[in-house]
Design a protein around this ligand. Structure first.
Ligand code: PLP
Length: 427
């Protein structure tokens, strides 16, 4: 066959595993082992020399398996497959998204450094950088989607922080309101802030969009992080995470992972390789469903406003332009403001039958939650208001169910919310 580059979805069933490696098994077995036997003492010495970076590998020499905290065949297969979606040089898989985030940040930051981050961020990340990192003398400085890079730079200079920035940490689209940050512009700012001695890294948590339709590394970012618990796992049955980037940066992250012991287990890695086979199918169906539901909500009298990337138009200005440049599909996460307040939002959530009332996202089943009292409850009220999170806001993660069933479920729950509202107005 002449050269033909297979697409990631075609390679997800086999990449990184040859049936000859495992008695003809088409699927990789689960290598449920803590340690690996060396053929000879000389081989053990070679493996350790490579693992510890004591020498460069000889031509064609690959690192061998030593111990499952360092590496494991299931971890290796998962990492190879994850690289394909983002065209990354290397990947490190983790026991959770938070493990990927904390291990990566600890590897690249040190006391005295400034971490510039987009606000809002995932709650666990905010807590980690504002409550934990600060104990190690690392300063966390937020910026907002409506601030231009030149304004951020001016502010950093005014506060004598510009020369201490070590990392720009971004989450886009933001959870739960889908506001966008321009990854290319922030990567350029990182270059401006870098010096010969110091490379300022741009790190993007791409969990909310998922690995198919936004590729931060191609937009200039140095590292992309995922909670693989979400779209990648996709079945709400595993907690895991990943970091992707150049071989050089990922080998540093892997070294830190070895000492935190924050790698994914063989079984979780195996579950994720199974999930990856259907990633594109799932995400395409989820997105089609979300587009239909967003349009339905937009026309419903109990809905004031829908926050969905697929509904952005030229009238949305810069946000629309970033979306057009940065994302190739709108994804399956949406939020809407219900008419009324917490009472109506709760009536809606309490009357859903098919959609589950739960946090997390990106899975095969649809989920609904109330950010103001659940995922974002820890955020001060004024910050919440700035983020566009009010007691009216309901977040939906759309799954792969029959879309008419979903709409019927949502419509019934909205009618119940309307009754609560009417009763309140009469009273
Ligand atoms: C869920 C999530 C995380 C944390 O991932 P875990 O797998 O729960 O540790 C981080 N970032 C974002 C955007 C998330 O949605």
């Amino acid at each position: 066959m002449p050269y033909h580059k297979f697409q990631p979805e075609s390679l997800m069933m086999s990449h990184g595993h040859k049936s000859g490696m495992a008695r003809g098994a088409v699927k990789a077995p689960i290598y449920q082992t803590s340690t690996f036997a060396f053929e000879t003492a000389e081989q053990g010495k070679d493996f350790f020399e490579l693992a510890y970076g004591l020498r460069e590998p000889a031509d064609g020499e690959a690192p061998g398996m030593i111990y499952s905290r360092l590496d494991n065949p299931n971890l290796e297969i998962l990492e190879k497959r994850l690289c394909l979606w983002d065209e990354a040089g290397a990947c490190a898989a983790f026991a959770s998204g938070m493990a990927a985030i904390s291990t990566t940040i600890f590897e690249f930051l040190k006391p005295g450094d400034v971490l510039l981050y987009s606000s809002p961020l995932y709650g666990g990340t905010v807590h980690f950088i504002t409550e934990v990192l600060t104990r190690f003398g690392i300063q966390a400085v937020p910026f907002y989607y409506d601030q231009r890079p030149e304004d951020i730079l001016r502010q950093l200079k005014a506060n004598h922080q510009a020369s201490r920035v070590a990392m720009i940490y971004i989450e886009t689209p933001a959870n739960p309101t889908n506001t966008l940050i321009d990854i290319e512009a922030m990567s350029r700012l990182a270059k401006t802030l870098s010096s010969e001695k110091r490379q300022v890294l741009t790190v993007v948590d791409n969990t909310y969009m998922g690995p198919l339709w936004q590729h931060p590394l191609q937009l200039g970012a140095d590292l992309v992080l995922y909670s693989a618990t979400k779209y990648i796992g996709g079945h709400s049955d595993v907690i895991a995470g990943a970091a992707l980037g150049s071989r050089e940066l990922i080998s540093r992250i892997k070294a830190m992972r070895t000492f935190f012991g924050s790698m994914a287990s063989p079984y979780d890695a195996w579950l994720l390789t199974r999930s990856l086979e259907t990633l594109k199918l799932r995400m395409e169906k989820q997105t089609r469903n979300a587009q239909r539901i967003a349009r339905f909500l937009q026309n419903h009298p109990m809905v004031e406003r829908v926050h969905y990337l697929g509904l952005l138009t030229e009238a949305d200005g810069e946000q629309y332009r970033i979306y057009e440049r940065q994302c190739s599909a709108p994804g399956a996460m949406l939020a809407f403001d219900i008419r009324g307040g917490e009472k109506e939002a709760f009536a809606f959530l309490n009357h859903l039958k098919l959609v589950k009332l739960a946090v997390s996202l990106g899975s095969t089943e649809s989920l609904a939650e109330h950010p103001a009292t659940m995922t974002h409850a820890g955020i001060p009220e004024d910050v919440m208001a700035e983020m566009g999170i009010s007691e009216k806001l309901v977040r939906l993660s759309i799954g792969v169910e029959n879309v008419r069933d979903l709409i019927a479920d949502i419509e019934f729950a909205l009618e119940q919310a309307a009754e609560v509202r009417e009763a309140e107005m009469v009273a």
